[in-house]
Ligand binder design. Structure first.
Ligand SMILES: Nc1nc2c(c(=O)[nH]1)N[C@H]1C(S)=C(S)[C@@H](COP(=O)(O)O)O[C@H]1N2
Ligand SMILES: [Mo]
Length: 198
């Protein structure tokens, strides 16, 4: 077991109930890892309830203001990893000019292979949410979401879609991949919202 490192007292207050701190970074996902030889094959679509549906190339993402954040991540399977340094772009900068419709209340994040996850718009737009291309000073590895992943640290880490390809704005909540399979619609780690029956 690589878990079971007892966190320092101060750290313990940062760890939600029934989570164990790991200093490693486990790789967790459903399906296959996409490998990109060429980022010309990659784009990020923003669509749904927006005035200006937009498709960003990777260069256009990198041209947005840089954003960095340090935060803790909490996987629903029980591991937490503290002090992750992310570099990327703030969600609010990405969606700045798309003209979000006032009736849009949720987003569905679409990753490679049709994998999805849902969250409320306000959670996605939070100051702390970003789209990251680097972790602890290194470009993300393919396994951890290269070239771009969501990081929404205040929710369980399954909401942080790796290999992000589209952001869909919706008037109503549409369950994503794990949410259809019994995971909680919201996923607050402090309330242990792991499964839909929690
Ligand atoms: N596209 C995609 N993103 C995903 C997943 C997935 O299966 N597919 N799994 C989620 C889950 S359950 C977790 S815990 C984190 C794991 O990210 P990591 O492998 O970088 O630790 O990715 C999340 N993002
Ligand atoms: Mo997870």
């Amino acid at each position: 077991m690589f878990f079971g490192k007892t966190p320092k007292k101060k750290d313990r207050e940062r760890v939600p109930p029934n989570q164990n701190v790991t200093t490693r970074w486990p790789v967790l996902h459903y399906g296959n890892v996409p490998y990109y030889n060429n980022l010309n094959d990659w784009n990020l679509k923003i669509y749904g309830m927006v005035e200006n549906p937009t498709t960003f190339t990777y260069e256009e993402i990198l041209a947005l203001p840089k954003s960095t954040a340090t935060n803790d991540i909490h996987c629903v399977t029980g591991w937490s990893r503290l002090d992750n340094e992310w570099e990327g772009v703030a969600v609010k900068d990405v969606v700045k000019n798309v003209g979000i419709h006032p009736l849009a209340k949720y987003v569905l994040l679409h990753a490679e292979e049709g994998w999805t996850t849902n969250l409320p718009l306000n959670d996605f737009l939070k100051e702390t949410s970003l789209l990251a291309h680097s972790h602890n000073g290194q470009t993300l590895t393919p396994e951890h979401g290269y070239p771009l992943r969501a990081v929404v640290p205040h929710l369980y880490f399954w909401k942080s879609a790796k290999w992000l390809r589209a952001i869909e704005f919706l008037p109503m909540e549409t369950p994503g991949f794990w949410e259809k399979n019994g995971y909680h619609m919201y996923g607050d780690p402090w309330k242990e919202e792991r499964f839909s029956w929690d």
